[in-house]
Design a protein around this ligand. Structure first.
Ligand code: UDP
Length: 235
């Protein structure tokens, strides 16, 4: 019945703020966890990468006179805080989860071991990846692309505030139109922003399709896994 058996969902840290200026919004946690539960109940295997932009980004470190690498590690720790919040929200509504961290912190997360993660997914547990890929100079988009390929996900889902990829930024240009589908090469040639290049080319080289969609619409995740046309498909 479902079109995609195993998916990786990338959520930005910034989106966790909801209407707030910073931090983690309880409404957003509920919103995400309810959507995830719906597709888990349909039998989809779900892995999640969540960013840390609502708490700290490596690029902000310069202004604080903090070394870039140190700042990137701070950003990675920020993603673990978000991952823990999301884990709690999911477990509260009865979804079994595991938090898998690229940086060892055994008291709160298991260390990332690919085979173990795949086993969790097969057993219907939602796996949340914390600490990105564990290396500075990367983003959580790269972590999403890397882990999605490693675990053999059928699809990478990038949740955003807009409902797909547009010819221009739809929040700035009212004439911008949306692509239903677009090829990897066209995204690069047209200079459209989907993810950072490292993440994007990793998906391209491994033929991993990406759907960019509006994560604020609570029907979308379910509609996508059922095969409905939502957002923009990059393939
Ligand atoms: N980061 C990193 N390596 C990774 C993942 C993340 O160094 O593999 C750091 C980087 O500084 C980044 C921050 O963690 O700015 C938070 O992640 P990101 O900016 O991707 O979060 P989002 O924009 O999705 O909220």
């Amino acid at each position: 019945m479902v079109k995609y058996k195993r998916i990786l969902l990338k959520l930005s840290g910034e989106s966790l703020m909801g209407d707030q200026e910073s931090g983690i919004s309880v409404d957003m946690l509920r919103h995400y966890s309810e959507q995830v539960k719906e597709i888990v109940d349909l039998g989809v295997e779900v892995a999640i990468v969540i960013g840390g932009g609502n708490i700290f980004r490596g690029l902000e470190s310069a202004a604080m006179e903090i070394d870039r690498v140190q700042g990137d590690y701070m950003g990675m720790i920020a993603t673990v805080i978000n991952a823990m919040a999301l884990q709690s929200a999911l477990e509260k509504i009865g979804v079994f989860t595991r938090l898998s961290s690229a940086i060892e912190m055994r008291q709160i997360a298991e260390p990332y071991i690919r085979r173990r993660v795949i086993r969790h997914l097969e057993k219907g547990r939602v796996v949340i990846f914390g600490a990105g890929i564990g290396s500075p100079y990367f983003t959580t988009d790269s972590a999403a692309a890397l882990r999605a390929n490693e675990i053999g996900a059928n699809l990478l889902l990038k949740g955003t505030r807009v409902d797909g990829i547009y010819t221009a930024d739809p929040e700035k240009d009212p004439k911008a139109t949306k692509y239903e589908t677009i090829s990897f090469t066209d995204v690069i040639q047209k200079g459209l922003k989907v993810m950072d290049m490292t993440a994007f080319t990793l998906c391209q080289e491994n033929n991993l399709p990406i759907i960019v969609f509006d994560v604020n619409n609570k029907e979308n995740l379910k509609r996508i896994v059922l095969g409905e046309k939502v957002g923009t498909l990059v393939h």
